[in-house]
Structure formats: C-alpha cells, structure tokens
Design a protein around this ligand. Structure first.
Ligand code: CA
Length: 146
C-alpha cells in the first residue's frame, strides 16, 4: 500500500511518514503543493494525506484537479481548526475524510487503516485462509474437501 503525504510542515510530515512506515506502508512526501499534485497524478497512490495550506497550489485545488483527472486515490484532508467551512468544501470536492489540526497521529493512522480496508473489501469476494474460504457476499464459510 502506497501513501503520499503532501504537507509543508517538515516535522509533521516526518512524524506521519515514520508512523506509516512503521506500519508497513510505502511512503512518499511532498512539501510543495504543485510537486505533490504532480506526484499524485501518477495514480500509483492508494491514499493521499493532503494538507490545505500549501505553497504554490493549495489542498482544495489539488483535490479538485485530481478528481477531474480521474485519480481515485483515497484522500484525507488536514485542516486547521479555523477552517470549519473549508472542511465542507473538502467533502464537496470529493475528499474521503478530514482531520482537524492539531491531531494525534494514531487517529490519522486509524482513519487511513479504515479507508484502505474498506477499499480492500470492495475489490474482494473471498478471503481464503489455509483451507477455509469466507464468501464476503453472503458471509458463508466453506472448508475445502481436498
Ligand atoms: Ca501547511
């Protein structure tokens, strides 16, 4: 699972990056809005952590342009406490979730895990473990006979 962090506060970006790497995610960091947008356009990211206030291109512009370019990575916006109205703008433009700064990194990790797990389930019909198969459509469990 690959995650892009677009955040111009180095300490915060580093702390998020370290936590995600520790939890087995592949992480890239962009500290500039335009650079972050260009990296996000590659479409290789499962999820993007996107700050609102960024140099050169703000988070809402990035979000809107990515959705217009049919980039369907999950996007979690980071907003300052004073930007309550902006949060609504974020949802209208297709953000999956948002967090208000300051936040605890564990909270961000929990939201990321939730978003990516949800995506996993949407793309799978079965979970197979050893000789047991769980059908996610009807939630029936089968044990194979061979
Ligand atoms: Ca910022």
């Amino acid at each position: 699972m690959k995650i892009l962090i677009v955040e111009d506060e180095y300490n915060l970006a580093d702390a998020i990056g370290a936590t995600l790497k520790y939890n087995n995610y592949l992480v890239d960091i962009a500290s500039d809005g335009l650079k972050g947008y260009e990296e996000a356009l590659t479409g290789v990211y499962d999820l993007i952590v996107l700050d609102v206030m960024l140099p050169n291109k703000n988070g809402f512009e990035i979000l809107k342009d990515l959705r217009n370019e049919n980039i369907h990575s999950k996007i979690i916006m980071l907003t300052a406490k004073s930007e309550i109205e902006d949060k609504m703008t974020g949802f209208n433009n297709g953000a999956d979730d948002y967090l208000t700064k300051p936040f605890h990194i564990d909270e961000l990790l929990a939201r990321i895990n939730k978003e990516l797990r949800r995506k996993d389930y949407l793309h799978k019909d079965f979970i197979i473990f050893n000789d047991v198969k769980l059908n996610l459509k009807n939630m029936k469990i089968k044990k194979s006979l061979y």
